[in-house]
Design a protein around this ligand. Structure first.
Ligand SMILES: Nc1ncnc2c1ncn2[C@@H]1O[C@H](COP(=O)(O)OP(=O)(O)OP(=O)(O)O)[C@@H](O)[C@H]1O
Ligand SMILES: [Mg+2]
Length: 268
């Protein structure tokens, strides 16, 4: 299980995340949605210390640390247990698909090259790119590159894969193959935290949807601090037109067979 409590991240005095509590069960698929600037990427980045949080506690398996006191070793452990899939793939241009997938195993996990390459070949099979092992990113389509990006995350065998808008830089024609691979992982109950605008993906595979709101759109002075609160497992979003203003703002959510997480605005 992955758990954060009281997660705070400030940029220049403004709290982008202000006391986030979130627990992710093994095998759970959580989708995070919300307008630009509300801290979705920051949340993911704090979970593997790509950003250093200002307060909070992070638990991943037997790692349990106050994030402000995390040692180098703690941070490495957190990174090994969380794999990141970036919007822009972030592949090494001078390495083949196979080498891109094997790289983390060699550098981070210190696997011998042969073993890492063997694992990378297995992953290439699973992502349907066995024939592209020796291809460099520039010769792959956007969809293929992102599948390699996901393959690299799969190879890491992390507790959770963090996806930050994995399809939003793709030409529309490549979106589906990437979503299909993510759905395959979801069926295998790979624990995933996915920031995406793909509402149909959220509807089809999410166990829970987190909605982050506030931020830039607020013109009432300082940004309202955000807090996620977990609804009861049986909560359903009310039917459309029920008079719930939140529902009218986000009509797509009303049709989702998900367990709800409500977002409370505090400090407003
Ligand atoms: N390194 C940084 N330095 C200063 N401010 C930052 C930094 N990273 C993010 N921010 C600010 O924090 C807020 C949240 O940013 P974040 O990228 O997490 O939002 P987001 O929800 O992922 O947005 P988007 O949907 O556009 O990706 C924004 O106001 C952003 O400008
Ligand atoms: Mg973002």
């Amino acid at each position: 299980m992955i758990k954060v409590t009281g997660l705070v991240k400030r940029f220049g005095g403004t709290a982008v995340l202000d006391g986030i509590d979130l627990a992710i069960e093994q095998g759970e698929i959580i989708v995070v949605i919300g307008p630009s600037g509300t801290g979705k990427s920051t949340l993911l980045r704090c979970l593997n210390f790509l950003e250093r949080p200002d307060a909070g506690r992070l638990t991943i398996g037997d790692l349990d640390v106050d994030v402000t006191r995390a040692s180098r070793a703690d941070i490495l452990t957190a990174r090994r247990r969380t794999a990141f899939v970036f919007q822009n793939y972030a592949l090494f241009a001078n390495k083949t698909a196979l080498e891109n997938i094997a790289e983390g195993l060699i550098v981070v996990n210190r696997w011998p090259k042969e073993k890492a390459h063997a694992r990378a070949r297995e992953i290439l099979e699973r992502i349907g790119l066995a024939d592209k092992a020796d291809a460099y990113p520039a010769s792959l389509s956007g969809g293929q590159q992102q599948r390699v990006g996901i393959g690299r995350a799969m190879a890491a065998q992390a507790e959770v894969i963090l996806f930050d808008e994995p399809t939003s830089s793709l030409d529309p024609e490549w979106v589906e193959e990437v979503l299909n691979l993510m759905k395959q992982l979801a069926r295998e109950r790979q624990t995933m935290l996915v920031v995406t605008h793909e509402m149909s993906f959220a509807r089809d595979v999410a166990d829970r949807v987190i909605f982050m709101e506030g931020g830039e759109s607020s013109n009432r002075g300082p940004r309202p601090a955000l807090q996620l609160t977990t609804g009861s497992p049986d909560t359903r979003f009310p039917a459309q037109g029920s008079g719930n203003p939140g529902n009218n703002r986000h009509p797509d959510l009303s049709r989702m067979p998900v367990r709800a997480i409500a977002v409370e605005r505090t400090g407003d």
